[in-house]
Design a binder for this molecule. Structure first.
Ligand SMILES: Nc1ncnc2c1ncn2[C@@H]1O[C@H](COP(=O)(O)OP(=O)(O)OP(=O)(O)O)[C@@H](O)[C@H]1O
Ligand SMILES: [Mg+2]
Length: 384
């Protein structure tokens, strides 16, 4: 069997600002010739890093990679690879055809050969009628299709497309997908990275799922979806809130869907028994489909739970810290309240004491004056 990409224990660690980032961790991958291989994973999973290694644009920290049987980045490999980068900028003030002619001149193609290829590729990506327009008037989808025409300029055996449909509307995405299918029918092998799971599911022959630099699954699409296995995915309405509990007792893994249905995957032999259990307990089987459901479910099963768990861990940690902060704050406030209250009471006490003393002084003074007055009166009476 011929392979277009063979990666062995391929790892890449970036070093930036004193930090090390393990972007790719021991990738082992063999991609068969003639197929569309979909490389999916969340942001930062290591897709573009892998692609850059395949193209020899960066060097691996360890491991090896061969492309079309040759070392990655070697001239022999590069002349047979077409590449559409994740973010592509083109000179916008030239017409599509003329810009392709310019790129063709860098490849030292004869003018006749270049024009032939350019027209063919522009037809293939549906831009032939707009070939004499400047790129500044092209829509995003048209620019993406232009990028594919450019990647095809060297008649590649392998086309590497880094998120070719990102940012396109459904029509643009369909156009690009149709182009990719057409290219496969011409025998071109395609390596495609994408976030769009349903697109990859419909388009690709094999899929690799990468998460946090690690390839966590790599299979043919039919194996992924397990249509050939004796497994069914059942959606259930738990009308009387009994079934979830019963399933847990029986150790049957269930999950709740967005519309509050229960979802479970079972061996086909168990289906009759579960149907009975559901109906005996007031539930309804909404549907039963073969396999593990769609790729989106498989992806979330493989990738999201880990992230959710980590998110939850982070959240729990943050919640704890927040709780402690709140308690500390409350303690401080309580202490301050107590001190304020005590201050107020002390102040009041002082005021009361002072009032009392003032009052007593006043009374004493009055007494003294009264006594003095009385004494004066007596003296005056005596004199008279
Ligand atoms: N030049 C670089 N220097 C330092 N770190 C980098 C560099 N390029 C990528 N990384 C880091 O390596 C990891 C993988 O990045 P990569 O671009 O390969 O992911 P990706 O799967 O292509 O993501 P996306 O879907 O967002 O394009 C990330 O943590 C990223 O921050
Ligand atoms: Mg990327």
């Amino acid at each position: 069997m011929e392979f277009v990409i063979e990666a062995e224990n391929l790892s890449k660690t970036y070093k930036t600002e004193g930090k090390k980032i393990l972007a790719l961790d021991n990738l082992n991958l063999k991609i068969e010739k003639g197929q569309i291989f979909g490389f999916i994973g969340p942001n930062g999973a290591g897709k573009t890093t892998s692609i850059k290694l395949f193209l020899g644009l960066i060097h691996p920290t360890s491991g090896t990679v061969k492309v079309l049987g040759k070392p990655a980045g070697s001239p022999e490999a590069m002349e047979k690879i077409g590449y559409l980068s994740e973010i592509a900028y083109y000179y916008k003030f030239l017409e599509a055809k003329n810009l392709l002619r310019y790129y063709a001149s860098l490849k030292s193609l004869s003018k006749e050969e270049a024009d032939k290829r350019i027209d063919l590729n522009l037809k293939l990506v549906g831009l032939y009628d707009r070939r004499n327009e400047k790129l500044k008037g092209y829509s995003k989808g048209m620019l993406q299709r232009f990028g594919i025409a450019l990647a095809l300029l060297g008649n590649p055996e392998l086309l590497i497309l880094d998120e070719p449909t990102s940012g396109l509307d459904p029509i643009g995405r369909k156009e690009v997908k149709d182009i990719i299918k057409r290219l496969r029918s011409k025998g071109i092998s395609i390596f495609l990275s994408s976030h769009n799971l349903s697109e990859v599911e419909r388009l690709c022959d094999s899929i690799g799922i990468i998460n946090k630099g690690k390839m966590i699954s790599n299979k043919k699409i039919s194996e992924f979806l397990s249509y050939d296995k004796n497994v069914y995915t059942m959606t259930i309405q738990d009308k009387e809130d009994k079934i979830a509990k019963l399933f847990k007792e029986k150790n049957i893994k269930i999950e709740q869907t967005e519309n509050l249905h229960l979802k479970t995957t079972l061996p086909s032999n168990d289906i009759p028994e579960i149907f009975k259990l559901v109906s005996d307990n007031g539930g309804v089987v909404v549907n039963t489909i073969p396999g593990y459901g769609d790729l989106e479910e498989i992806f979330f099963e493989l990738v999201a739970p880990k992230e959710d768990k980590e998110d939850k861990k982070d959240k729990d940690k943050k919640d704890k810290e927040d709780k402690k902060d709140k308690e500390d704050k409350k303690d401080k406030e309580d202490k301050k309240d107590k001190e304020d209250k005590k201050d107020k009471e002390d102040k009041k006490d002082k005021e009361n004491k002072k009032d009392k003393e003032d009052k007593k002084d006043k009374e004493d003074k009055k007494d003294k004056e009264d006594k003095k007055k009385k004494k004066n009166k007596k003296v005056k009476a005596k004199e008279n």
